[in-house]
Design a protein around this ligand. Structure first.
Ligand SMILES: Nc1ncnc2c1ncn2[C@@H]1O[C@H](COP(=O)(O)OP(=O)(O)OP(=O)(O)O)[C@@H](O)[C@H]1O
Length: 258
């Protein structure tokens, strides 16, 4: 992967919701969990098209559960999710993918026994436009140089950083409008984390991709995000610009403890 790859190598620009600044995602009153007691409570969240929004907070705050609920893996008990102008209630997971939502889970979900190429092709299997799926695959190889060099390597032969690139690449083959990204920096060296963040910035700036980025690595997330929300005990306790959270020491102390 290189952060200075040309725009030619990128997925096509998204058209969701019109110009940058429109909301691609609106969440209201969202309550969800795994059993009787809800984990998420009354979540209100708006994500503008073409931005990176960081979801921050301590272990167990509910960040992963939020992404899992948005992508249909956890069923909400109350509230509404509107994605790209349409409500999501009772929409099957595969429909969500067709409508432009891609979820890269924590741990990345790469199939260890399959090759890089097979893993990437999985991302476009459902697409009817085979020619465009092939183009998207070629573009991912241009974007992620190390993957192009390891096409026939099995997933388990890759480094942590390469596996993260593969998971990201597989999501991009589907040409998503909204990428839900859970802890992409987990277990990676600072240099590789910086590369991943640089790539997200590049995708946002050059293709208008929207990213909801869950991160424990607050500094890295704030270095790339436009907006930031902080979660605690299943609730959003503050929502502001990433710049303000970066620069306002008092605010950082209050909500992030540093
Ligand atoms: N599959 C599950 N079944 C039951 N409870 C769960 C499940 N997954 C998470 N939880 C609980 O939900 C709460 C929120 O967890 P979640 O993983 O969403 O938090 P998080 O902010 O992503 O934390 P981390 O950064 O540690 O992953 C925790 O109390 C956790 O124990």
């Amino acid at each position: 992967m290189s952060a200075d790859t040309t725009a030619d190598a990128l997925p096509a620009p998204v058209s969701a919701g019109g110009a940058t600044g429109d909301a691609i995602l609106r969440v209201s009153g969202l309550t969800a969990g795994y059993g009787a007691a809800p984990v998420l409570q009354d979540i209100e969240l708006t994500v503008r098209t073409g931005t990176i929004a960081a979801v921050l907070g301590a272990n167990g705050a509910g960040k992963t559960t939020l992404l899992r609920t948005l992508s249909g893996l956890v069923r909400p008990s109350a509230g509404d999710i509107v994605f790209d102008g349409r409500p999501l209630r009772d929409v099957p997971v595969e429909q969500l993918v067709r409508r432009g939502m891609a979820h890269v889970p924590e741990g990345r979900g790469v199939v260890a026994e399959l090759t890089v190429d097979e893993n990437l092709r999985l991302g476009g299997l459902w697409r009817r436009d085979r020619a465009d799926a092939a183009r998207a695959l070629a573009e991912v190889y241009e974007l992620f140089e190390p993957l192009a060099q390891r096409r026939r390597h099995a997933g388990h032969q890759l480094s942590g950083g390469e596996r993260q690139m593969l998971a990201l690449g597989r999501a991009l083959v589907a040409r998503p409008k909204l990428l839900l990204l859970d802890e992409p920096s987990l277990g990676l060296a600072p240099r590789v984390i910086a590369q991943i963040m640089g790539l997200l910035r590049q995708l946002r700036d050059q293709t208008g991709l929207t990213v909801l980025l869950v991160e424990q690595n607050v500094r890295s997330a704030l270095s790339v995000a436009d907006e930031a929300v902080v979660m605690s005990l299943g609730r959003i306790v503050t929502a502001t610009t990433a710049g303000r959270l970066r620069d306002d020491e008092q605010l950082r102390h209050a909500y992030l403890g540093f």
